[in-house]
Design a protein around this ligand. Structure first.
Ligand code: FES
Length: 106
């Protein structure tokens, strides 16, 4: 099972064992990671799953599609490495991925 490391701005870390095939948002909400709400259930229409992804994983993920880009524009504190984590599917090659939670979502 791939491990995802969710990190709050304070440095508090939540290490989650995720299942391949689920979304990173589902891995977060299923483990009560704070700051990731997933209000729309993963249909890319709320941006409450906004996060920052560390390299090298950010580069591995490819580019967001047009819908995700649009939603990211309305996210709280968007940055260079912003993604909506409901649009990221957990896979073995993402093991150890660092996902940072925006301060404004806590
Ligand atoms: Fe709503 Fe990701 S859960 S956009």
């Amino acid at each position: 099972m791939p491990t995802i490391r969710f990190i709050e701005p304070s440095g508090t870390e939540h290490v989650v064992e995720a299942e391949s095939g689920q979304s990173v948002m589902e891995a977060a909400t299923g483990n009560l990671v704070p700051g990731i709400v997933g209000e729309c259930g993963g249909s890319c229409s709320c941006a409450t799953c906004h996060v920052y992804i560390d390299q090298p994983w950010f580069g591995q993920l490819g580019t967001p599609d047009e819908m995700e880009e649009m939603m990211l524009e309305g996210a709280i504190e968007p940055g260079e490495q912003s993604r909506l984590c409901c649009q990221i599917e957990v896979a073995d090659d993402l093991d150890g991925m660092v996902v940072r939670i925006p301060a404004g979502q806590l």
